[in-house]
Design a protein around this ligand. Structure first.
Ligand SMILES: NC(=O)C1=CN([C@@H]2O[C@H](COP(=O)(O)OP(=O)(O)OC[C@H]3O[C@@H](n4cnc5c(N)ncnc54)[C@H](OP(=O)(O)O)[C@@H]3O)[C@@H](O)[C@H]2O)C=CC1
Ligand SMILES: O=C(O)[C@@H]1CCC=N1
Length: 281
């Protein structure tokens, strides 16, 4: 972990699902909770975060006032208001904080415009698309920064996400973050949906639900571990399970006849387009 991250003051604006996952992951990595403050208007979420020992407030301005890194973790639709509030409060600051936005689709141009101070100063901004497995230190994050962001600033953001992610991928075009959103940002939900369906099918076929759940979860975990540890490609790992004319073949033929590839392709494209749309609305 970069020493500078350890010493940095972190402010999360919005303490919902994704912020909680990153904060939980940071705490697991030994980041001092006293260096983290979360601003969250909803009592239930705020109290949940406060119970973990992290400082909380209802004021975005207070959270951001002396932060080195400000993580904008509100819904895309709320991002403009929050950014304007923060930018307006930075007139007194000699050095502006690094702004990290995790809001799906919201572009750097918009973020830069909204966070501008009254004297027209702009903060260094990095866009990140993390995912909820950050909570268990297994996140996957896509990152993008424009050329005005300095190398040491990028390194700090990389260290922040890297401490809760196993993959931190800098993309070289901003639009590619929408694809990252359709792949890994939303991706955990695709796998959870798959496991839900596996459990439902096996239960309908007579397996007790608890056993089906344990078997499905472990199958997902085992397959995931093979994907990251094996030198073989995903296609080869699939072939290794598929005996000629055996059970897997029967299942995969069913996937193929129902055009599984098209279903996945359409789903990833839908999420990617929705991310782009969120940035425009
Ligand atoms: N969930 C995920 O897997 C991922 C989410 N993201 C992005 O992260 C962002 C947050 O998503 P997620 O955590 O799921 O959403 P949540 O709704 O769980 O969290 C957002 C939180 O922000 C609070 N909030 C609302 N208005 C304000 C405000 N003015 N100031 C401060 N806080 C406010 C909300 O409170 P209230 O409920 O009262 O409105 C809520 O608790 C989104 O932009 C999303 O695109 C990115 C990657 C993955
Ligand atoms: O569903 C969403 O819009 C957010 C972005 C990626 C995951 N969750």
């Amino acid at each position: 972990m970069a020493a500078s991250l350890k010493n940095s003051k972190l402010a999360f604006i919005g303490g919902g699902n994704m912020a909680s996952a990153i904060i939980g992951g940071l705490a697991n990595q030994g980041i001092d909770k006293q260096n983290i403050i979360v601003s969250e208007p909803w009592d239930v979420n705020r109290e949940k975060i406060a119970a973990t020992g992290v400082r909380t407030t209802t004021s975005n301005v207070e959270a951001g006032q002396d932060a080195d890194l400000i993580i904008i973790a509100v819904k895309p639709q709320v991002t403009k208001t929050v950014c304007q509030e923060l930018g307006a409060s930075w007139a007194h600051r000699a050095t502006l904080p690094i702004v990290v936005s995790i809001a799906a689709g919201i572009t750097l141009d918009s973020l830069r415009e909204w966070t501008k101070t009254s004297e027209g100063k702009t903060a260094p901004i990095v866009r990140v698309m993390p995912n909820t497995p950050a909570l268990v230190g297994e996140g996957a994050s896509g990152l993008y920064a424009s050329e005005d962001v300095k190398e040491n600033e990028k390194q700090l953001v990389d260290a922040l996400l890297g401490s809760v992610s196993k993959a931190t991928e800098w993309v070289d075009k901003e639009e590619l973050l929408d694809v990252v959103t359709g792949l890994s940002g939303s991706g955990p939900a695709y796998f959870f949906a798959m496991v839900e369906h596996l459990i439902a099918s096996a239960t309908a076929l007579g397996l007790p639900k608890e056993q089906a759940t344990r078997l499905a979860k472990q199958t997902c975990l085992g397959a995931g571990q093979m994907l990251v540890t094996s030198s073989e490609e995903p296609a080869q790992l699939r072939k290794n399970v598929t005996s000629p004319n055996g059970t897997t073949y029967a299942a995969l033929q069913t996937f193929e006849s129902l055009k599984f590839d098209e279903i996945v392709d359409k789903a990833v494209k839908a999420a990617t387009s929705r991310a782009a749309e969120l940035g425009k609305s």
